[in-house]
Structure formats: structure tokens, C-alpha cells
Ligand binder design. Structure first.
Ligand SMILES: *Cc1c(COP(=O)(O)O)cnc(C)c1O
Length: 392
């Protein structure tokens, strides 16, 4: 099983069949489980396992199938499924960190990740040093002998900066720091983060794993003693568990994820090329294009693939809004990895709450539009984007 390719794992790994031997995974929509006797209840509370369940906040058979399947895909020993991507990031950042600890983080982060670092962890005296994630000298200077954790997005939202996972992990491991990567933009299809040195990988399953805009979910992946010994106690007592119904939808999502993400990535490359050739677009940021500053690292890290996302700079907020309002196929919303193409203006939406300085530091300009490429026809999308650019 472990030598299966990702596509086979995405369909078969982690399956647990009930006494009925069903084909499609069963949904165990139950909060709890009945014990045969008081003694059995006592024994199970003494030593819970993922075969004998207690309570769905701790573990549930459908959720366990999702965890085992995504762990197999990522090449991780174990996984814990969470209610949302942010529950996963919060767990990965909070579990195992104490007052006075030092964290080094890349500056280009999803807005809610910045909130946890600056507003939650800082309140408890955790010291955070931010670096330009693409600059290894800055990582080298910031990582200290007492650094406990290094955190970054493998490919950043929304500026699509690509961080050299192996190089940063080497610096972090030299001082014994845990490397935690939010790898949503790389997707589980192209991520090899564990093999490249990540200790912990986090996904928002809301994105490519569901891929159809239906539910929230998240997952934290890593070594078994970390997942069960450090993360699970924090998650199960603080309540960020995934719903079994969502786990079932996400299991179905995993079955088609590889096909969807490859098609979306191929389409995104064509669209990025078409937009790069359009003089109305000042800048196209797409890691699959040679014009991207970390193109080589992206190709190395993903085995030659780009991203389902691209970012454009149209020069001003007014031009960006004209572009967005002229789109006919691509919708204006803030999810990504969806079957529907989605355009976002990070400056006024997902990153609105950041100060102008923080926005500038994160590279989020008023003219920037982030586009998540969906499953529509590539030619139709190119026509839609070029038409919108013509009026921008
Ligand atoms: C969406 C996203 C999250 C948060 O996930 P939710 O499922 O919305 O909670 C975290 N990190 C990145 C990079 C994301 O894109």
C-alpha cells in the first residue's frame, strides 16, 4: 500500500468497511459509541484507540478514514482532522508552544494566521520574528538556538512567493526547531513537504480537497508521536474536531482531487501566459512561469508543476475593480481551489484588516487581483479575463 502512487491512495487508502462491506465510505453520523459494560467503558477511557471510539470530538470512524487517507497521500505517519483550516493552523501553532518561546515566521501569510501570531500568541509572551520567506539570509539571521518553531506557507497567499522548504528546514533543524508549513497553495497533489523536511504540514481542506465549495475542513499531518501526543490532546480538549459528514464529503473530494488539480493547474498556466502577453496587465505572478522569481524552486518542489492560483497587478484599485466587475464567468468570491473560477481583491477583502504597512510588507498592492482557476473551459476563461483586462 505504501508504494501505491498518490492517485491510488486518494481512492483507496484508509478505508474502513462496516459489517455490510459497503463500496462508498459509510457516514458515522454519531457523537458517541455504546459500551457493552461499565468495565468496557472504563477500559476505553483508560486506553482509547482509533479502533475503539469514545466521542466524536476525539475521533470518529468516518473522520479516521479521512485522516488515514490524507496521511497516506502526504507521506505522513498520522493526521488529525479539524473543523476548518484555521482550527488546524491554530492547533499546529498553539500545541507544543509555551510562554516565552521564540517563533520565526515568514511575513507573507494568510490574514488569520497573522492574527494568531500577533494577537493570540503574542498575548501569552511568545516572541515572533518575521522574515522575508524567500530570503535565506534573513532566516539564518532570525533562527536562534532557542527558536522552537518555524512557520510559513510553502507558497504564500495571495502573493505566491515560493519558499525553499529543504533549505529553511535545514536551518531550523540545526537548532531543533519544529518546521510547520501551511501548504494549501501547493495542494496535497504536488506537496512533498514531509520528504523535503517539514515536521508538520497543515491544510485547509475547504480548498482543493473539497474543491467544490461545500464545506469547511482542515487537517494537521506529522509524525505519530506529535499528532497523538502533542496535537490531539490540544485539539480534543479545545473542540476543533471535524464533522463526520464533512469528513465523508472530503473523502469523496480526495477521490477526484488529483484530476481536478492537474486540470486546473494546466489551465492556469495557459491563462497566465495569455495575461502576461496582455499590455493592460502590469504584472502576472504565476510560479509556473519563468518570469516568477522562485520559478526554479517551485519546479523542484512540485516536480515540475505550477499552481491553480495566479495573481495579477492591474496598477490601481480602480482598475482592479473594473476588471473584477467585468468578469462574466469567473465569480467574485474569496474561496480558492474550487471548480468555479474565483477572483478576489485581497487588499479590500481577505487582507482588509491589515494596516497599510503590513499590506505593503506582505506585497499586497491595491491593484492586485488573486485568481483561483476552476474547471471551466480554458479558452472561455482566457476570453473572459482578456475582455475584463480590456476595460480595466
Ligand atoms: C483558506 C486558508 C486558510 C484557512 O482555512 P479555512 O478552511 O478557511 O479556515 C489557511 N491558510 C491558507 C493558506 C488558506 O488559503
Amino acid at each position: 500500500m505504501s508504494d501505491w502512487n498518490k492517485r491510488t491512495k486518494a481512492v483507496h487508502s484508509g478505508i474502513r468497511r462496516s459489517q455490510y462491506n459497503e463500496v462508498s465510505e459509510a457516514i458515522f453520523l454519531t457523537q458517541g459509541f455504546v459500551y457493552d459494560s461499565a468495565e468496557q467503558a472504563e477500559a476505553r477511557f483508560l486506553k482509547a484507540s482509533r479502533e475503539e471510539f469514545i466521542y466524536a470530538r476525539y475521533a470518529n470512524p468516518t473522520t479516521a478514514m479521512f485522516e488515514d487517507r490524507i496521511a497516506a497521500l502526504e507521506g505522513a505517519e498520522d493526521a488529525f482532522a479539524t473543523a476548518s483550516g484555521m482550527a488546524a493552523v491554530n492547533g499546529a501553532l498553539m500545541a507544543g508552544i509555551s510562554a516565552g518561546d521564540h517563533i520565526v515566521s515568514a511575513r507573507a501569510l494568510f490574514g488569520s494566521c497573522i492574527y494568531i501570531l500577533d494577537q493570540v500568541l503574542a498575548k501569552f509572551g511568545v516572541e515572533i520574528t518575521y522574515v522575508d520567506g524567500t530570503n535565506l539570509d534573513e532566516w539564518r539571521a532570525a533562527i536562534r538556538p532557542d527558536t522552537k518553531m518555524v512557520f510559513f506557507e510553502g507558497v504564500s497567499n495571495p502573493t505566491l512567493e515560493v519558499i525553499d522548504i529543504a533549505a529553511v528546514a535545514e536551518l531550523a533543524h540545526a537548532v531543533g526547531a519544529r518546521v510547520v508549513i501551511d501548504n494549501v497553495f501547493a495542494t496535497p497533489v504536488f506537496s512533498n513537504a514531509i520528504a523535503q523536511g517539514a515536521d508538520v504540514v497543515v491544510y485547509s481542506a475547504t480548498k482543493h480537497i473539497d474543491g467544490q465549495g461545500r464545506v469547511l475542513g482542515g487537517v494537521v499531518l506529522g509524525q505519530r508521536d506529535y499528532i497523538r501526543g502533542v496535537l490531539e490532546p490540544y485539539m480534543k480538549h479545545t473542540g476543533g474536531a471535524m464533522s463526520p459528514f464533512h469528513a465523508w464529503l472530503l473523502l469523496k473530494g480526495l477521490e477526484t482531487m488529483d484530476l481536478r488539480v492537474r486540470a486546473q493547474t494546466a489551465s492556469a498556466l495557459e491563462i497566465a501566459k495569455a495575461l502576461e502577453a496582455d499590455p493592460k496587465v502590469q504584472r502576472v505572478i504565476y510560479p509556473g512561469l519563468p518570469s516568477h522569481p522562485q520559478h526554479e524552486i517551485m519546479m523542484k518542489q512540485t516536480g515540475g508543476y505550477g499552481s491553480t492560483l495566479l495573481a495579477l497587478d492591474l496598477g490601481s484599485q480602480e482598475a482592479a475593480f473594473r476588471f473584477l466587475n467585468a468578469l462574466e464567468i469567473c465569480i467574485i468570491s474569496n474561496n480558492l481551489g474550487d471548480a468555479k473560477s474565483i477572483a478576489t481583491h485581497p487588499y479590500t477583502t481577505t487582507h482588509q484588516s491589515l494596516s497599510p504597512e503590513k499590506k505593503a510588507e506582505a506585497g499586497i498592492t491595491p491593484g492586485m487581483v488573486r485568481v483561483s482557476i476552476g474547471l471551466e473551459d480554458t479558452g472561455d476563461l482566457i476570453a473572459d479575463f482578456l475582455n475584463a483586462a480590456s476595460v480595466a
